[in-house]
Design a protein around this ligand. Structure first.
Ligand code: ADP
Length: 854
């Protein structure tokens, strides 16, 4: 095993960076061919000493730095190399937006790819995976490293190929689903992934914190109980809050009062709502949750008559995702849309445990420090803050707190008007679609031209366009949290992108005029643009088969040059106005999300400002503020229109926010702890499955299952009163033809030896019989029965474990620790499952016969 993971030394970093730069300078004179050869050279170096030593790191990083320069003309900053070294140590590099993380990841990715075990770069969405892979392909073409890309639309055949590449760009959900599917594969060739070696997670907080609250689930449709949902909804509508049920906003829970319970029992004509055999409680609680907690256009939207979830952190719609355990159906019932079938979980895993499958992990993001404890505890990754290349000049102004919400929004609208008048670009972040629309209406009334970006489908399509403009003069942008992650806002505009847009329009027009019959479709135009960009930096003629490509390249260069000048001028004007202004309209559930918002301004040493406008009616104050905040306000005695800018208040607010963070951390920790129990079982089952799948000869496994079954049943036999019954069961199971009484006189060891012997003999006879009829069939049968029974039992086991978790939840008012109880019972369930698998496999295989059609 290569000693890849030990190399770590923070103190040496400065020195190492110096050495990397020296090594890189030497490479400057190398021809492209010679540069390419460095890959083989470093590979040999690694093989020779069987580890990655400091020299290898230095050489590999230097080579990447040179390749980046040749492909893009950019020279890596020292802080970027420091970021690369941090990733290489298996840590999280906290680097601000716009610091160039995409390039940073290439350094350790290249190094780890040299051991031929595969590297995954994980992104939050397909767009980023595609964008970053395209760039990486250009750069690594100089180093003979193959870059793969897996997005939703890539089919299995291609996927397998992409997984074989040196470095593969992929989203977190694709890698997770492929893992689960691989472990449901029936044929060895259907397995797509290699072993999990090294992963670099981009936007690591978003993946390992925000998304880690809901597990990944592969499900199959099961029964549908429409009436239950409809009836539960009707009941929920008759129940009254406080009197019949209490709402716990903190834990998003509903608790029925005695009055509520009695009412439900009366309507349903049942005696005990909490009887385990009565299904109703789950439906009623879900219906109440749907009524109280799930708000249209905040938590979900209705699109094509379907409930589509809106991610509370990013504001994006999450197509295809459903709330689990009947909650989604309860919301469907509430909105009177079609109730989709309840899903049966076939396989599931949490992101925590998925990423812990990698031998080495590292991550990058702009915001992780506030969640450092969690990263250390669960993933053993430290969060290292990397200084910005240029000093950050953004001013984060103190919060302004208004007494009431309406006045807060008016103040925000007025602030926008002031900015609009002076032409300063402003980005306002809202936490819901509803709020973004409300503000948009207010701005329209004030005649402020603005762009609106939220999860509504008609707006999403323009996302990149809106972000492209967000840094331009006189541009006011309202956005739910989604905007800006992964795409940075450039002051004065991005000349490359604007030039791209113009050349695209030019080509479209040219096609139209040249030949009215033949339009190029969007994909074809995108391909031409990619080629233009690719050949732009290569001086020789393209000798490409695209007509006019050389002319297009020339024109593109000209347009870009023109905009470079214009954008630069505009940028200077904006900087004079103070740079991009970020307005936050509500503190989020985590300081990290607030920091993300602020981080959109002040990139690469630009000036900028951020300010949060809050009101005492905001969720954070209302739910988590406690008495402290109310006291402070009453002491201050101010009128409604004057905002409060108090350090004491900010402190209370911060502590409220920390409370929320801790609360959500607990939820994730709990999910993780519970999933850990099933995770070790899952690993055991998946390993057994993989072994069976990869062997063409599973006879030994059958014999082992048979013998273990005999031993287990004999243990029962000696403990049990109804001995005869057990013996009969053994004989039946093994399909042995023998008179029972013959066994009675045997002692323990004789009986065990006899049964084992009998089992072997009958199995050999079975083998011979089948082998004669169809050679090779028995081996296929063995594999088939083993896999079939493991999968069936495992799926039933998942169901039981889910139920167990739910019931442990109901039961846990006593003194016992529910997790300990869960672990104990889960262990028993697991043992039962294993016994069941062995017995059914033996039962089935001992009865297999070939029916031959004549
Ligand atoms: P992040 O992911 O950290 O927000 P990106 O990787 O998207 O940043 O890069 C932001 C911008 O900075 C890109 O336009 C990229 O080309 C540019 N960039 C990255 N590294 C450098 C560099 N060393 N010199 C100049 N520009 C750079």
């Amino acid at each position: 095993m290569l000693n890849l993971f030990k190399y770590s030394s923070n103190e040496k970093n400065k020195n190492t960076i110096k050495k990397i730069n020296i090594a890189r300078n030497k490479l400057k004179n190398y021809s492209n061919i010679l540069l390419k050869e460095q890959t083989i050279k470093i590979k040999n170096e690694i093989n020779d000493c069987n580890k990655i030593n400091q020299n290898v790191v230095i050489n590999a990083f230097a080579v990447v730095k040179e390749a980046i320069f040749r492909a893009t003309g950019l020279t890596l900053f020292d802080v970027q190399i420091l970021g690369g070294l941090t990733l290489n140590d298996g840590n999280i590099a906290e680097m601000k937006t716009g610091e160039g993380k995409t390039l940073v990841a290439l350094l350790p990715a290249y190094l780890h790819s040299l051991t031929n075990q595969g590297v995954h770069i994980i992104t939050v969405n397909d767009y980023l995976a595609e964008r970053d892979a395209t760039l990486a392909k250009q750069i690594f073409s100089y180093l003979n490293i193959h870059v793969g890309l897996i997005t939703q639309k890539i089919n299995n055949k291609e996927r397998k190929k992409e997984y074989q590449k040196d470095i593969t760009y992929i989203t977190n959900s694709e890698v997770g689903f492929d893992y689960l599917k691989d472990n449901m594969a029936i044929h060895k060739n259907d397995i797509l992934q290699k072993n999990f070696h090294y992963a670099i997670i981009d936007e690591v907080d978003s993946i390992l914190i925000d998304e880690a609250r809901t597990p990944l689930i592969i499900s199959g449709n099961a029964k549908i109980e429409k009436n239950f949902y409809q009836n539960a909804k009707k009941i929920a509508n008759t129940l009254k809050t406080i009197l019949d049920y209490k709402i716990d906003e903190k834990s998003k829970n509903i608790i029925l009062t005695v009055s509520g319970i009695t009412k439900c029992e009366k309507i349903l004509k049942i005696e005990n709502l909490y009887n385990v055999r009565s299904p109703w409680i789950k439906y009623i609680i879900n219906a109440l949750k749907a009524k109280e907690f799930f708000i249209k256009n905040r938590d979900y939207i209705i699109k094509n008559n379907e409930i589509t979830i809106v991610d509370e952190f990013t504001g994006r719609i999450m197509i295809g995702r459903r709330w689990s355990e009947g909650l989604h159906q309860a919301v469907e019932a509430k909105e009177n849309v079609k109730i989709e079938a309840e899903n049966k979980v076939l396989a599931s895993i949490t992101y925590q445990n998925l990423f812990l499958l990698y031998k080495k992990l590292s991550g990058m993001t702009g915001t992780a420090k506030t969640e450092e404890e969690e990263f250390i505890n669960i993933y053993k990754m430290n969060v290292i803050n990397i200084p910005t290349n240029k000093k950050c000049l953004r001013k984060d102004l103190p919060d302004l707190v208004y007494k009431n919400e309406y006045i807060k929004w008016q103040a925000i609208a007025n602030e926008c008007l002031d900015m609009y008048k002076i032409g300063r670009p402003t980005l306002i972040g809202t936490t819901s679609i509803k709020q973004s629309e409300l503000l948009s209406e207010m701005l329209t009334e004030l005649k402020i031209t603005h762009n609106l970006l939220n999860a509504k489908p008609e707006n999403v399509a323009q996302e990149s366009d809106i972000i492209l403009k967000a840094g331009r003069k006189k541009t006011i942008t309202i956005a739910t949290n989604m905007a800006g992650r992964g795409t940075d806002i450039i002051l004065g505009g991005n000349p490359t992108k604007i030039a791209e847009q113009e050349i695209k329009e030019y080509i479209e027009n040219k096609c139209k005029n040249a030949n009215k019959e033949r339009y190029l479709d969007n994909n074809e135009i995108a391909l031409i643009i990619e080629k233009i960009k690719y050949f732009e930096n290569i001086d020789e003629s393209t000798s490409n088969n695209i007509k006019n490509l050389d002319d297009f390249i020339l024109l593109y260069k000209k347009i870009k040059e023109k905009y470079k000048g214009e954008c630069q001028k505009e940028r200077e004007q904006i900087l004079e106005l103070g740079g991009l202004y970020i307005i936050g309209t509500e503190r989020h559930e985590s300081r990290r999300i607030d920091n993300q918002m602020r981080g959109r301004s002040g990139r690469q040493g630009d000036k900028g400002t951020s300010r949060f406008f809050l009101s005492l009616q905001d969720n954070l104050f209302r739910i988590f503020g406690g008495n402290n905040i109310e006291k402070i306000i009453n002491q201050l005695k101010i009128d409604d229109n004057t905002p409060i800018e108090s350090i004491l208040l900010t402190k209370s607010l911060n502590s409220a926010q920390k409370k929320v963070e801790a609360y959500f951390y607990d939820i994730r920790k709990q999910l993780f702890e519970y999933d850990e129990v099933i995770h070790s079982q899952r690993k055991a089952i998946y390993n057994e499955r993989k072994k069976i799948l990869s062997y063409s000869f599973n006879r030994d496994c059958i014999i082992e299952y048979g013998e273990q079954t005999i031993e287990e049943m004999l243990t029962m036999y000696y403990k049990n009163q109804r001995k005869e019954f057990i013996l009969e069961k053994i004989i039946k199971l093994l399909n042995i033809k023998i008179k029972l009484f013959k066994l009675y006189d045997m002692n323990d060891s004789e009986l065990k030896a006899f049964l084992k012997e009998q089992f072997r003999v009958s199995y050999e006879l079975k083998e011979m019989y089948l082998e004669q009829l169809r050679p090779g069939l028995i081996r296929q049968l063995e594999k088939y029965y083993l896999l079939q029974q493991i999968d069936k039992a495992w799926q039933e086991h998942i169901d039981k474990m889910n139920l167990l978790k739910e019931y442990i939840g109901w039961r846990s008012y006593g003194q016992q620790d529910p997790l300990v109880e869960y672990k104990n019972e889960a262990f028993n369930l697991f043992i039962n499952m294993i016994t069941y698998i062995r017995q059914t496999v033996i039962y089935l295989i001992m009865r297999s016969r070939l029916i031959v059609d004549i």
